[in-house]
Design a protein around this ligand. Structure first.
Ligand SMILES: [Fe+2]
Ligand SMILES: [Fe+2]
Length: 216
């Protein structure tokens, strides 16, 4: 949603964008307040709504947040007189982290989410498909739950590198900007993982049971 919303209500804006207002308010409140996390309510939304939201946040990390942080690390070099090798270390560390995050997102979008959407469709149609049955024999969402990496924890080392080991600079404000962005990304990823781990994946486990009952 773009800024300059005038006096429009949230309901009107959601309506214009084809967004479910109840879902929007629930997600935005969980994002705003760490203590607010209505698990049962969130699990009631269709899996496709959760997946669509998660995919859009993936786009935001890849297209906005990661490039912005990379540019800001480069700005540190231009404006803070950070010694070359420290900056190279920092940039390499960040690039390695970005690669891991991209890999994580790719796997979810190419394997996990399509599986979830196919499962939901089959349940709605109350119809088994050979493809889904074959997939479920080898791999269920419980497997993914076990291998689902904690991508935000790895940001800890990067923040530590800046907080503890950055040499004295000419202008610290550029370094503070990078740090602020990293804290922001960490906060966003925490929220994202909380929805994946505590809402989506348990919901899909229930859906798998339901699918077996319907088609068994
Ligand atoms: Fe994700
Ligand atoms: Fe994830």
């Amino acid at each position: 949603m773009h800024l300059g919303v005038g006096d429009k209500t949230i309901a009107a804006m959601c309506d214009e964008k084809g967004v479910n207002v109840d879902f929007f308010l629930t997600v935005i409140n969980t994002f705003h307040d760490n203590q607010y996390f209505p698990e049962q309510h969130l699990k009631q939304f269709p899996a496709r709504m959760l997946v669509s939201y998660l995919k859009q946040t993936h786009r935001y990390y890849l297209e906005q947040e990661l490039p912005a942080i990379e540019t800001q690390i480069e700005n540190m070099e231009k404006n803070c007189a950070v010694k070359g090798d420290t900056l190279i270390l920092l940039l390499n560390f960040f690039k390695e982290y970005s690669r891991e995050l991209i890999h994580h997102i790719k796997r979810e979008e190419e394997v996990v989410y399509p599986y979830i959407l196919a499962l939901e469709k089959s349940i709605e149609l109350r119809k088994a498909t050979g493809d889904l049955n074959a997939k479920m024999k080898n791999y269920t969402i419980t497997n993914y739950k076990q291998e689902h990496e904690n991508v935000e924890e790895k940001l800890f080392d990067l923040k530590n590198l800046i907080i503890k080991y950055l040499p004295e600079t000419r202008n610290d404000s550029y370094c503070h900007t990078v740090l602020r962005e990293l804290f922001g990304l960490e906060h966003d990823l925490n929220n994202h993982s909380r929805i994946e781990n505590l809402i989506l994946l348990p919901k899909v486990e229930d859906m798998e049971q339901l699918y077996k009952q319907i088609t068994g």
